[in-house]
Design a protein around this ligand. Structure first.
Ligand SMILES: NC(=O)c1ccc[n+]([C@@H]2O[C@H](COP(=O)([O-])OP(=O)(O)OC[C@H]3O[C@@H](n4cnc5c(N)ncnc54)[C@H](OP(=O)(O)O)[C@@H]3O)[C@@H](O)[C@H]2O)c1
Length: 279
């Protein structure tokens, strides 16, 4: 039978190991959870980084070009709990290098946010399909999040919360499809949903929850409350008129949704407000 002092020593050793892992990651809040966000330099990703930073989480905010990420760098300069890292989600070497750097660091929430968004390339219709772009969007929006998730799976497994989240889109819902536009983007998100549903089933026995969330178009710039409504970009003015812009508070709602997720929510297709969407 082990003596009490040897049990105490083992406990102390475990605590010191955990503290040293967190210290290695350079975080000031060793007792707080950690989130890794992809595409954290803009829009939804930046808003998530800002909100998690305000909650005192340790934030690993990744993006393709940190040297150009002015707003994210400004956030990191005022928040010691935010680190900015380079990550292109389809660059195998960058993924491997970052996974090596954070080897042994628990990541409670891995937030797969980065994607090629529909708006960046206009409408893709039958008869006017750009198949090179179609291939690119499938690679970035489906394969990228899976590669990143697998690379950091061990970090998530060793964390307390154990959550891998995929930002998908209501546009990926086959069941609600009516108008045949944005085919590349919608196909990519339907594919991401299938990949993540598979992953959820696979990870169940490891206790890892896979959250699939359609965020809607969140008003990350708070245009809805602009002092001068004419200063709001035209496409956002149109979205507001059509009632298609989701308030900035949706970011907090999604954080609360992620917080509340249990194994029963793993592999379920949620909208930002917690409504379950049809596949
Ligand atoms: N906005 C919407 O209406 C809407 C609706 C439903 C779902 N979503 C989903 O919500 C998420 C965020 O959307 P958003 O509106 O914030 O998009 P966004 O403004 O277009 O930003 C996309 C982000 O992804 C990054 N990214 C693109 N390719 C990448 C790559 N290969 N590696 C790493 N990062 C890459 C971009 O980085 P760069 O700046 O370097 O290009 C940028 O940070 C996406 O998954 C999107 O599909 C958005």
């Amino acid at each position: 039978m082990k003596s009490i002092s040897s049990v105490r020593l083992t406990g102390l050793f475990l605590i010191l190991s955990l503290l040293s892992i967190t210290a290695r990651a350079g975080f000031p809040n060793p007792d707080k959870p950690t989130v890794l966000i992809t595409g954290a330099n803009a829009s939804h990703g930046l808003a998530f980084a800002e909100e998690y930073a305000a909650l005192d989480w340790n934030v690993i905010a990744t993006c393709r070009s940190p040297e150009k990420a002015d707003r994210l760098n400004a956030l990191a300069s005022t928040h010691a709990n935010v680190v900015v890292e380079t990550l292109d989600i389809i660059d195998d070497e960058e993924i491997a290098a970052l996974a090596k750097k954070y080897n042994g660091v628990p990541i409670d929430v891995l937030l797969n946010n980065a994607a090629i968004n529909a708006f960046r390339f206009g409408i893709s219709r039958f008869g006017k399909m750009d198949y090179d772009w179609f291939e690119e969007i499938l690679e970035v929006n489906i394969i990228g999040p899976l590669k990143v998730s697998e690379a950091f799976q061990a970090n998530v497994e060793m964390s307390e919360q154990k959550k891998i989240i995929a930002m998908t889109s209501t546009g990926g819902s086959i069941g609600t499809l009516e108008v045949p536009i944005n085919i590349g983007y919608r196909t990519s998100k339907a594919g991401l949903n299938m990949a993540m549903k598979n992953y959820a089933i696979y990870l169940q026995r490891k206790g890892v929850i896979v959250g699939i969330i359609g965020p809607g178009t969140v008003d990350t710039e708070d245009y809805m409350n602009a002092a001068d409504p004419t200063s709001v970009p035209r496409n956002y003015q149109m979205m507001m008129k059509a009632g298609r812009l989701v308030p900035r508070t949706a970011i907090d709602d999604m954080i609360a949704l992620i917080d509340s997720m249990t194994m029963e929510d793993s592999g379920v297709f949620y909208q930002w407000d917690g409504e379950v969407l049809p596949w």
